[in-house]
Design a protein around this ligand. Structure first.
Ligand SMILES: NC(=O)c1ccc[n+]([C@@H]2O[C@H](COP(=O)([O-])OP(=O)(O)OC[C@H]3O[C@@H](n4cnc5c(N)ncnc54)[C@H](OP(=O)(O)O)[C@@H]3O)[C@@H](O)[C@H]2O)c1
Length: 337
């Protein structure tokens, strides 16, 4: 074994800190992964504050980080030994029985369902493929099943939003991108987005009314929460649905009951794991096959821009940077530095 103790970021929902962990024997059916890159997302902030899922089910402190990439360095009994030295992308979901987080130097996980990636791909390019790509595939699946030709997306210059721009183009879906400042308009223009609206403009309401009248979007994916998305939904055609998938504002959704009843508006939710569980085996093969094929070919659809990297012991600075510069690209932790 290379080292007996290694650092891991943990939280008790009041404080988030590094706690040394012990290397242990790899259990039968498990692999030990040396984590090379671990992504930071807005959900990690929510998690460390205790606002992600049901915090009372956890034994505290609990590890932080939902996705990453690394190298398999050990295999347990019953596991194919040729997996050693293979690159993998992986996710950790707090509801998993063996959850430990990804902001740590080593992760132990079940070998079942592990997808390996070619040696030529670097760890950073596969560290962000486990959550946002399936999420935008979920948005596309809903859009296609709802038979929508146009959709609205807010907080649209996020890493996820950029992917959505590309996948909507490939499915010929009109995407109305809502952002909150001019720099984000520029970012999405560079990404090739056709319709971008700055919500801070005085003319915002007039412009969104015009766009809704022209494109008739009946599906809206909201990452913000609070009163803003309700305003947008209230202007959408009858029987439109807003799927709440993030809570960047930290505020509760409010909506006019009259619109719910008489316009037939719906407020629904989107959580990527729940969506995956609704898929048939063929649908799973289709969506995950699309992601893996694209990433192996260089990530034209699902690639993510990386803006900055930090060593693990600078995770606090890394989290602040990610919060303040979210539109510039993803921030990664590099646990081996
Ligand atoms: N439900 C699910 O299954 C699921 C799965 C994946 C991701 N998500 C959610 O998807 C969202 C995007 O994730 P990501 O990893 O792509 O994020 P990201 O790359 O870190 O980008 C975050 C973006 O949100 C913007 N933003 C932050 N607070 C905002 C606010 N109050 N109003 C408007 N815009 C705001 C930021 O803009 P500024 O630069 O102006 O701050 C930035 O452009 C997050 O909310 C995440 O939780 C949900």
């Amino acid at each position: 074994m290379e080292e007996d103790l290694f650092p891991a970021v943990v939280t008790d929902f009041k404080e988030t800190y590094i706690l040394e962990q012990s290397r242990r024997e790899v259990a039968p059916g498990e692999v030990c992964v040396r984590v090379e890159s671990a992504a930071i997302s807005p959900n990690d902030h929510l998690f460390t504050l205790g606002y992600y899922g049901d915090k009372y089910h956890h034994h505290l402190p609990i590890g932080v980080g939902f996705e990453g990439s690394g190298l398999i360095v050990e295999t347990g009994e019953g596991v194919d030994k040729t997996l050693i030295n293979k690159k993998i992308a992986f996710l950790q979901q707090p509801s998993m029985p063996d959850y430990s987080g990804t902001w740590r130097r080593y992760v132990y996980m079940k070998s079942e369902g592990i997808a390996t990636y070619p040696d030529e791909l670097d760890f950073d390019s596969i560290a962000t493929i486990s959550i946002n790509p399936p999420t935008v595939c979920g948005f596309m699946d809903i859009t296609l099943k709802n038979k929508c030709k146009a959709i609205i997306h807010d907080a649209a210059s996020s890493s996820l939003g950029r992917m959505l721009v590309r996948i909507c183009k490939s499915y010929d879906i009109k995407l109305i991108n809502l952002v909150r400042r001019q720099e984000q308009v520029d970012i999405l223009e560079e990404e090739g987005a056709e319709i971008i609206l700055d919500t801070s403009l005085d003319t915002f309401e007039e412009k969104i009314r015009e766009l809704i009248a022209e494109h008739k979007p009946t599906t809206f994916f909201d990452a913000i929460g609070g009163s803003f998305p309700s305003k947008v939904l209230s202007l959408m055609p009858n029987f439109s649905t807003m799927y709440v998938y993030g809570n960047l504002s930290g505020e509760a959704i409010q909506y006019d009951a009259t619109n719910l009843i008489f316009k037939g508006h719906n407020i629904s939710n989107f959580f990527v794991w729940n969506w995956i569980n609704t898929l048939t085996p063929d649908e799973k093969t289709h969506w995950f096959g699309t992601i893996v094929e694209d990433i192996n070919a260089g990530g034209e659809l699902f690639g993510t821009k990386i803006s900055k990297k930090f060593p693990l012991d600078e995770f606090q600075e890394a989290m602040s940077h990610a919060k303040e510069h979210g539109s510039e690209g993803k921030v990664l932790l590099k646990p081996q530095l």
